[in-house]
Design a protein around this ligand. Structure first.
Ligand SMILES: [Zn+2]
Length: 471
């Protein structure tokens, strides 16, 4: 028998009992509360079809770029991990072989959030009792495979078992939302909602932008050959998304640059795009203008607006050309919020009807820029620690750097932001534990009374997400 795999009940709390005991007490208050998942990337098809997960590799490895980026960094080719090539090249399709490679290298995830999540998934979701190593790989594979065939492990049943109250996906304006419709039409009551993410039509430089604009015309029935028509089509798609249950929009932009153009200026840039003549600078200015437009639309239709800036996408061109986007080669870069947001916040930041949630992966901006901005403008809130910082240390840094200036109540609770469905409970559990740890420290140091911390932990776990996303 190999070494046992267990989850300690005091994990991520301080080792000092003066802090650990209140942390444990606070965590117990929220550990079983429903999961609100207002931002993420799970494929709605999972719940539309409700087919059993085919095998452990398909469940845990192939959809998770957090996982294969680490393996890639240690010289393991993505092809060998079953990542499909978009250029027609070969890739491994034997899922047992892929699983063996991951198990042989599982030690690489020590101390990382991916390791934390996988451990939680193996123990708590899949009932694995021994550590994953090269030796135990096949035995564990067979055990998970058997587990996945049981009806209680189909996607809808897992959704219920995880106690998910609502799960938002992320969808393009030219998506038909057919899988959401299937879920709505089914006799299943799980709440899976779309979110409106227009990057592929608002960014003139997006791959296939002109085709996307043509598709936007088809799907909305509105002529998009003019800027006015384009705006009308976006407004119409937002209404459709809202009708399908959407409560939020999201924009992934390199920089949170904003600028207000008049209609003539915006039309000129749009038409240049249609003629295939836009420069990078045109695209930057048009995107900056479209952030303003999205804020205007949010004020009108009430959808919460999210911005996820500061990521240089597809940094590794070879990987992008071979495998496409979202393959673990998106890299954070320094982000300026203070200057870039002047037009947006001066125009809309005082309007209480706007609910703008800003994210960052440039942690230097937490205390210098974002906490002061969110601690002032009524329309602005801070999203949770995101992506590389969706981790024990990252969340703790977030609270330490934000709280004194922005308080708890200019943050919006937790988002799991995951593609990997079975990692959802693990991610929420880490957030609840880290918040409990942070609050316990404040209690131990007499910054907060215990009863205040008891209220705050419930708000951080549940009430803030519910209110800010109008769930
Ligand atoms: Zn996301």
């Amino acid at each position: 028998m190999s070494a046992p795999l267990t989850l300690d009940e005091n994990r991520y709390f301080s080792s000092n009992p003066v802090e650990r005991d209140p942390a444990r007490h606070l965590y117990e208050k929220v550990k079983s509360m429903p999961l609100l998942c207002p931002h993420g990337h799970v494929d709605p098809k999972l719940f539309a079809n409700n087919d059993p997960f085919p095998d452990p590799t398909e469940l845990l490895i192939i959809p998770d770029h957090y996982l294969f980026r680490m393996l890639y960094s240690q010289g393991i080719p993505l092809e060998s991990l079953g990542i499909p090539r978009i250029d027609g090249g070969d890739y491994e399709t034997d899922h047992r072989k892929i699983w063996q490679i991951v198990a042989d290298h599982f030690y690489l995830f020590r101390g990382t959030p991916t390791g934390t999540w996988l451990k939680h998934e193996l123990v708590d979701v899949l009932g694995v009792k021994q550590r994953l190593t090269g030796e135990t790989a096949m035995e564990i594979y067979d055990q998970i495979q058997e587990t996945l065939q049981k009806s209680e492990n189909r996607p809808r049943a897992m959704f219920e078992r995880f106690n998910i109250e609502v799960l938002s996906t992320t969808d393009s304006p030219i998506d038909t939302l057919e899988y959401h419709q299937i879920i709505k039409d089914s006799d299943w009551n799980g709440r899976v909602i779309p979110a409106f993410r227009p990057d592929n039509v608002t960014d003139l430089g997006a791959p296939g932008w002109r085709d996307n604009i043509a598709k936007l015309a088809d799907i909305s029935g509105i002529d998009t050959s003019t800027y006015k028509g384009f705006i009308g089509a976006l407004e119409q798609r937002r209404q459709f998304f809202k009708h399908m249950g959407a409560v939020s929009t999201d924009q992934g932009v390199t920089s949170p640059f904003t600028i207000e153009l008049n209609e003539t200026e915006a039309s000129q840039l749009y038409e240049k795009g249609l003629q295939g003549k836009s420069s990078e600078e045109d695209a930057r200015i048009f995107t900056g203008h479209m952030i303003m437009e999205m804020a205007r639309m949010s004020i009108e239709d009430g959808m919460t607006m999210q911005i996820h800036p500061g990521v240089v996408r597809n940094h590794n061109r070879t990987v992008f050309e071979r495998f496409g986007a979202d393959k673990g080669c998106d890299i954070p870069s320094a982000t300026d919020y203070v200057h870039n947001l002047i037009p947006l916040l001066n125009r809309y930041g005082n309007d209480p009807r706007l609910n703008l949630i800003m994210f960052t992966i440039d942690e230097t901006t937490y205390s210098r820029e974002l906490a002061p901005l969110a601690g002032h403008y009524p329309a602005l809130k801070l999203g949770p620690a995101w992506w590389f910082h969706d981790s024990r240390e990252g969340m703790l840094r977030y609270r330490r750097m934000m709280t004194e200036t922005a308080g708890f109540y200019n943050s919006v609770g937790f988002n799991d932001d995951t593609r990997a469905f079975p990692s959802i409970p693990a991610r929420h559990d880490v957030a609840r534990r880290v918040d409990a740890r942070y609050l316990a420290e404040l209690v131990a140091e007499h910054v907060l009374e215990l009863d205040e911390a008891e209220e705050v932990i419930v708000d951080l776990t549940y009430n803030l997400a519910k209110a800010n996303y109008k769930l």
